[in-house]
Ligand binder design. Sequence first.
Ligand code: EPU
Length: 360
Amino acid sequence: MDSTGSSLERTRAPAHGLEIEHEVSLRELNSFGLPAMAHSLVRVKSEGDVRRLLADPAYGTAPKLVLGGGSNLVFSRDPQAVVLRVEVAGRRLVAERPDAWIVEAGAGETWHEFVAWTLAQGWPGLENLALIPGTVGAAPVQNIGAYGLELADRFESLDAVDLVTGRTVTLDARACAFGYRDSVFKRDAIDGGLSGKSLITRVRLRLPRPWTPVLGYLDLERRMNETGNRAPDARTLFDWVCAIRRAKLPDPAQIGNAGSFFKNPIVSAEQCRDIIGRDPEIVHYPLPDGRVKLAAGWLIDACGWKGKSVGRAGVYERQALVLVNRGGATGAEVVALARAIQESVYGRFGIRLEPEPVIV
Ligand code: EPU
């Protein structure tokens, strides 16, 4: 069987009433559009589905790969694990408190549709995170963030199923150990993490009342100056964020990509001074702890990568931090391009760029 999905043979074997699909193409299930094949795939619509799988003698103890919208991973080969495609649906208002609306969504809901729905219901607070690709369940995994707001800033709690015991647990923000594009779900067990050990089923967010806008990000400042609107409401901010993203970032429905491919590196003040001495133009943001975050897009751009390609994998013309599939790229080509970029940034600036998506 090749891994292009062209000669799909789908056999289905019932296991405790649960449907397990075999030899499923993952090309349509990852936003990069990379070819890969799941030898076994289960669509998880409820906690019960996970428990049924765990009770199955053939699959219960097998390694597992949790797949949400596939917008933050790179298939460099066929996954050797049972793929659990999360399709838990539903969204609701859990509580209306004087200080906040608490809203909940199933992990399989599309993040952007959920943001738009909360706004339409009159519960603002997520507008800066509009148009981020992927599912609700994937949002806490990498602590999505954009335009001055991170998921962690709006997080209440989540439910997850333990992939060994089948028990459902509720985790608060502390237990999720959120960091910059990081959480306990991204870290391996050896580092105290839950990667591959747990499947998020539902996420609850806290939208503070009264609503106050999160402004201050350069691109939003620019919009305020252009429009003369110094006090945008939530709907206006949502529209601005959508317009800014559409202008800068490729739509995965048209050009395969996984958003930012690298994290913005954080360096010591001393290291930053050293780099500024050589490259005064470098885009950098001082952090409260004295360290400095550098714009990885700027570093990659400065090394001349914008618009370049390795095979059919390329660097997006309008934002050097985003790698794209120019049509028919393999995961190996994306990884080769990423390595070449890392080497050249390290060679010029002495900085190691860390990939943001999970490489399978
Ligand atoms: N820049 C360049 N050349 C480039 C790209 C960027 O010089 O090719 C410069 C820009 O001019 C700007 C600075 O780098 O001064 C930062 O660029 P931008 O505002 O586009 O943001 P970013 O740091 O590249 C981060 C997030 C994005 C998020 C935006 C907006 C990370 C890894 N990425 O990008 O998140 O949308 O800020 O808040 O933190 C994602 O995670 O997938 C993602 C798209």
